[in-house]
Design a protein around this ligand. Structure first.
Ligand SMILES: CCCCC/C=C\C/C=C\C/C=C\C/C=C\CCCC(=O)SCCNC(=O)CCNC(=O)[C@H](O)C(C)(C)COP(=O)(O)OP(=O)(O)OC[C@H]1O[C@@H](n2cnc3c(N)ncnc32)[C@H](O)[C@@H]1OP(=O)(O)O
Length: 229
């Protein structure tokens, strides 16, 4: 009992492993691990080395929404009502390195752009050897959602439309380039392309619409953006 209560009282995050109650610093998952291919590492290195000069910020990525509370305070939740803290961000739900989504995002708020470098793992299979369309939709929604969060605060996806143009092999490397196209009141219109960063293949093109809370866009969103920088 005390083992569970003390870390929480100190503001530490309970370890996501079942039956482990030690305080556990969140692990940033948007960094290379042993499952990243050489291509993934090469593109990550390039994005990282040019990021600062070109005004991009690498976003750390944690297992659970709450662990992003320093960037997006409302993701911490209002209470512990989601149980014993055993939640996962959907794209981080598959735990083995390389098995699910390996990804790293780079954000440029002034330009309204986000890049997501991704390596889809073998547990995302649809047709044999190929990524499931739902997995691609997750990648798109997460990218457009993160961009919308960064520029406008509390936003939900109202609409998502994806043209699947070419199959995505498992363990390939993909670069998603997202941009904010326009804002209209509480609505944000976003789009993205998902490409092979080394070739000509355009795997998917998507558009999305995010809606902010009444009274949120431009206020809390601004605060979240400031907090991030
Ligand atoms: C600061 C740095 C931040 C960096 C971030 C770093 C790391 C990020 C860390 C963690 C990231 C975590 C998460 C982010 C990743 C992924 C995000 C995932 C996002 C989601 O996956 S989120 C779940 C799916 N999402 C929902 O669960 C939405 C459920 N839904 C609703 O909550 C409502 O349905 C809502 C709000 C959509 C509308 O509700 P409402 O009450 O405002 O609607 P209302 O009827 O008043 O209409 C008002 C106007 O919207 C038009 N309209 C209505 N519905 C529409 C639709 N579907 N499509 C197009 N237009 C629509 C009407 O036509 C009218 O248009 P008009 O005003 O022009 O007449």
């Amino acid at each position: 009992m005390l083992r569970r209560a003390l870390p929480r009282a100190l503001g530490a995050v309970p370890c996501p492993r079942r039956r482990c109650h030690r305080p556990c610093p969140p692990r940033d998952l948007a960094v290379p691990n042993a499952a990243w291919s050489d291509r993934m590492r090469r593109h990550y290195g390039h994005l990282l080395s040019t990021a600062t000069r070109e005004g991009w910020t690498r976003l750390p990525s944690f297992r659970r929404a709450r662990e992003h509370r320093h960037q997006v305070p409302w993701l911490a939740g209002d209470s512990d009502s989601d149980g014993a803290g055993d939640t996962r961000l959907f794209p981080r739900a598959i735990e083995g390195d390389g098995d699910g989504f390996e990804f790293a995002m780079f954000l440029n708020v002034p330009k309204g752009r986000l890049r997501c470098l991704c390596q889809p793992g073998p547990f995302l299979e649809g047709h044999p050897g190929l990524a499931h369309g739902g997995a691609i939709a997750t990648l798109v929604d997460t990218s457009l959602g993160t961009l919308a969060l960064a520029v406008a605060g509390r936003v939900v996806t109202a609409n998502l439309s994806i043209d699947y143009l070419a199959p995505v092999p498992l363990r390939s490397v993909l670069l998603l380039e997202a941009s904010l196209q326009r804002r209209q009141g509480r609505k944000l219109f976003l789009g993205c392309d998902l490409r092979d960063p080394d070739g000509d293949t355009l795997h998917a093109r998507a558009t999305g619409e995010g809606h902010g809370d009444r009274g949120t866009l431009g206020t809390r969103g601004h605060a979240a953006h400031q907090g991030h920088r």
